[in-house]
Design a protein around this ligand. Structure first.
Ligand code: N2P
Length: 363
């Protein structure tokens, strides 16, 4: 190497290195199956900010990382009843609304719901919301229950003699104490927010009795498994089930998927954007949240993930198939049937989790 070429090399490195050091980054930890393809790439194209994207499928996973500190994340998406106690644990920073002009697009109704968990909406902005209900393979249900059978009740899941009939075509259930136990409590006519040991024991007993008909407790795999026809019944999240429905239509594989909000009622959950107190890339976090609150971006996401969002201005841009679907954007009478979960204190949460582990393993 000549001195000259070496010098050129050094000069080029000097030009390139600072540019690399300046690469703006945002570390985004979101639920799986919760983002339309292309949305984050578009953000990078528009802002130059690289998104390091990582996903989870359980609030517990997110919470463990947040409570341990130095999670490395700049934007996270806890469900409201987890957010509530994480705020108390000082895990998040207050949002500087002057950096989020697009929050003007927020849906006041959703803000108001969220304020139960985050008074005055100081720490979080709703991303998406949905319900926990029953996904099913239409043909399999017809084969097992007869031509005019309808899946519209938790009896289908929680009565062992009913669930037993679906064992062979495949049943999955969310691996989530906070979704399944409240559903069982509600079905028993008990308060889904009950913290009474006797109530929780009864709910656990209900699930324990149907456990052997459940092929798997898992919170994200059922999307593919339903779409491919590998399973026929699931207790899962609305949008994931609706995504399975669209995926099967696109695949033209003859699989038809339905989603039901059972008549006894179902849980309605709110998942929200928040910035950890120790986030390193705060300016970038604001840019990302503000971008996600652009009406066109929120609409694109809801169109793909089949969840309702917290953005009122996006509604006129959302595909009529999505916005007019009452299992995604529930009407008044459906809303009446939905219940919400409030934050549990850490001790009750531990009881619930222990119970859940026992239910799943049968030990
Ligand atoms: C996204 C499911 C999020 C719902 N796949 C859980 N709150």
């Amino acid at each position: 190497m000549t001195i000259r070429s070496w010098l050129v090399g050094v000069a080029m490195a000097a030009l390139v290195l600072p540019a690399q050091a300046q690469q703006r980054v945002v570390n985004f930890y979101n639920w799986s199956n919760y983002m339309a393809p292309g949305v984050l790439e578009q953000f990078t194209r528009e802002t130059g900010i690289k998104v390091v994207y990582d996903t989870f499928d359980a609030n517990e996973t997110l919470e463990t990382r947040l409570l341990a500190g130095r999670s490395g994340y700049d934007v996270v998406v806890p469900t409201a009843y987890f957010l509530q106690r994480q705020i108390r644990a000082n895990v998040f920073q207050k949002l500087d609304k002057s950096k989020l002009p697009n929050l003007a697009n927020a849906w006041p109704l959703v803000n108001q719901r969220l304020a139960t968990y985050d008074p005055d909406n100081l720490y979080a902005a709703n991303y998406m919301w949905g319900t926990t209900g029953i996904g099913y393979n239409v043909k399999a249900v017809r084969d097992v229950l007869g031509a005019d059978a309808k899946v519209d009740s938790w009896d289908q899941i929680f009565k062992p003699e009913n669930l037993a009939r679906f064992k062979d075509c495949g049943v999955q259930m969310l691996d989530s104490a906070d979704d399944i136990l409240p559903a069982a409590l509600n079905w028993l006519g008990l308060d889904p927010n009950s913290t009474k040991q006797a109530d929780l024991d009864r709910a656990a007993e209900v699930v324990g009795k149907v456990r052997r008909y459940v092929r798997k407790f898992h919170s994200s795999e059922y999307l593919n498994a339903l779409a491919s026809g590998e399973i026929c019944l699931v207790v899962g999240w609305s949008g994931d089930i609706k995504q399975a429905q669209s995926r099967a239509v696109e695949a033209k594989n003859g699989v038809e998927i339905g989603y039901a909000i059972p008549r006894e009622g179902a849980q309605m959950f709110f998942d929200n954007l928040a910035i950890p107190a120790d986030a390193k890339n705060v300016a970038e976090a604001y840019e990302l949240i503000n971008y996600l609150y652009r009406p066109d971006v929120a609409a694109k996401n809801s169109d793909f993930v089949s969840y309702a969002n917290g953005n009122l201005a996006s509604q006129k841009l959302i595909d009529p198939k999505i916005i007019n679907d009452k299992t995604i954007y529930p009407d008044e009478s459906t809303l009446q049937k939905l219940f919400v979960i409030t934050a549990r204190d850490p001790a009750t949460q531990r009881i619930l989790n222990r119970l859940w582990t026992r239910v799943k393993t049968g030990r």
